[in-house]
Design a protein around this ligand. Structure first.
Ligand SMILES: NC(=O)c1ccc[n+]([C@@H]2O[C@H](COP(=O)([O-])OP(=O)(O)OC[C@H]3O[C@@H](n4cnc5c(N)ncnc54)[C@H](O)[C@@H]3O)[C@@H](O)[C@H]2O)c1
Ligand SMILES: O=C(O)C(=O)C[C@@H](O)[C@H](O)[C@H](O)COP(=O)(O)O
Ligand SMILES: [Zn+2]
Length: 358
């Protein structure tokens, strides 16, 4: 078992990582919440596996639980779903002493977190992530939100949870595609982390089966690293932008793929294609690009897509949240463990990435 603590200017919370800990959820939640109403938010894939355990645990601990599920997938991550959840909260007369508990992947966590952040200007919130991506990345750090129009996570709020409970045993029901997708975010963190022990862990992964067997260590390393970054820069004023490595192109490709690419798959393509451009410019060493590519391909992650050649992608980049004063901050690797930021004028982006569309 391990616990990682986040101490932020306005909030402290714990991330519990332990196999089987879902069976002990009631007492864990009771440590941070007094018995109250809980809106348990999940999706149509996750709820059939785990919602009954969560309901039983919370009910035994004295909570009054209402389950709300929505269709699984990124297509649900929008204001229409948010509105349905607000309606449930209103109908059930939830107050500021009540809470929302997210049980699912990154879509459930981002969406339920946004509902908790905005209903009555903020009610209690707990994350119980069940996908690898959510366990290593999205459940920690307080980024919540939904997609809007043509933008990824365009509407959202920084809203930290009261507790994060990670049970790696839930990964046994996750499909291989989503296990591998979540691993892309782990590779991202290992590539940017100034931690001599992280990349060697990645080098032990040669196939998707290895991800499952090394899950506990991969989750612990990722959460510890992400927590450290978030504690230094909660609202992404500077340092936290490094967690967006690969996302500038990744988000644009993910949107263009219209549901055909999972977030982590798009980030994998984004990391490699951006690094190729930076290698040509002499800013990222070729061996770094080669090693990154090899580790991602080893588990079957995509590293390229015909969508990258679509010139419209540069329009999408203008909606990136790392855009400041007409310049887009691009995160690249000077070396493993040495992420750097290069601001590029948004009207020069097509020129900057010209080799991709050729
Ligand atoms: N807030 C953040 O910091 C942050 C970080 C990274 C990604 N994200 C967001 O997270 C989302 C991607 O997350 P994701 O990959 O978890 O997507 P997801 O929530 O859609 O989950 C992937 C699939 O796995 C299913 N699933 C999840 N857990 C399962 C389990 N234990 N057993 C069986 N099926 C299970 C889901 O129903 C879904 O079909 C994107 O919207 C992305 O933008 C947010
Ligand atoms: O926590 C962060 O900060 C991240 O950037 C983590 C990313 O993996 C994640 O996909 C995040 O939601 C992207 O943020 P956005 O601000 O570009 O929407
Ligand atoms: Zn991401």
């Amino acid at each position: 078992m391990s616990a990682i603590n986040l101490a932020l200017p306005d909030k402290k919370y714990r991330v519990e990582i332990e196999r089987g800990t879902l069976q002990n959820l009631g007492p864990l939640v009771k440590e941070v919440w007094t018995p109250q109403k809980v809106l348990l938010v999940s999706d149509t894939n996750v709820a059939p596996h785990y919602s009954q355990t969560v309901i039983d645990q919370l009910t035994a601990a004295g909570f009054q639980v209402t389950l709300a599920t929505f269709p699984a997938g990124e297509a649900s991550k929008n204001l229409a779903t948010v509105q349905k959840l607000y309606q449930t909260l209103v109908t059930q007369q939830f107050s500021r002493s009540d809470g929302v508990l997210a049980l699912g992947g990154g879509v459930v966590g981002d969406l339920a977190g946004f509902v908790a952040a905005t209903y009555m200007r903020g009610i209690h919130f707990i994350q119980v992530p069940t996908s690898l991506l959510a366990q290593v990345d999205s459940s920690v750090g307080g980024k919540t939100g939904v997609d809007f129009g043509t933008g990824k996570n365009l509407v959202g709020a920084f809203y930290q949870p009261d507790l994060v409970v990670i049970d790696p045993d839930t990964l046994t029901t996750l499909s291989q595609r989503y296990l591998v997708e979540g691993y892309a975010e782990i590779v991202k963190m290992a590539a940017i982390a100034n931690d001599q022990t992280f990349w060697p862990l990645i080098e032990k992964i040669h196939n998707p089966g290895n991800i499952q067997t090394e899950a506990q260590a991969l989750i612990e390393h990722s959460v510890a690293f992400k927590a450290a970054v978030v504690m230094q820069d909660e609202k992404e004023g500077g340092l936290r932008q490094i967690l967006n490595f690969g996302h500038t192109l990744g988000h644009a490709i993910e949107l263009k793929a219209n549901g055909q690419l999972a977030h982590g798959e798009a980030v994998s393509i984004g990391m490699v294609q951006l690094s190729r451009v930076f290698a040509v410019k002499g800013l990222t060493p070729e061996p770094v690009v080669a090693a990154l590519t090899q580790q991602l391909q080893a588990v079957g992650l995509p590293i390229n897509s015909p969508l990258i050649h679509d010139a419209e992608i540069f329009e999408q980049l203008k909606l990136d949240k790392k855009n400041r004063n007409g310049k887009l901050n691009l995160v690249y690797l000077k070396a493993f463990g040495q992420p750097e930021i290069l601001p590029v004028a948004t009207d020069k982006l097509a020129e900057f990435f010209a080799m991709l569309v050729e």
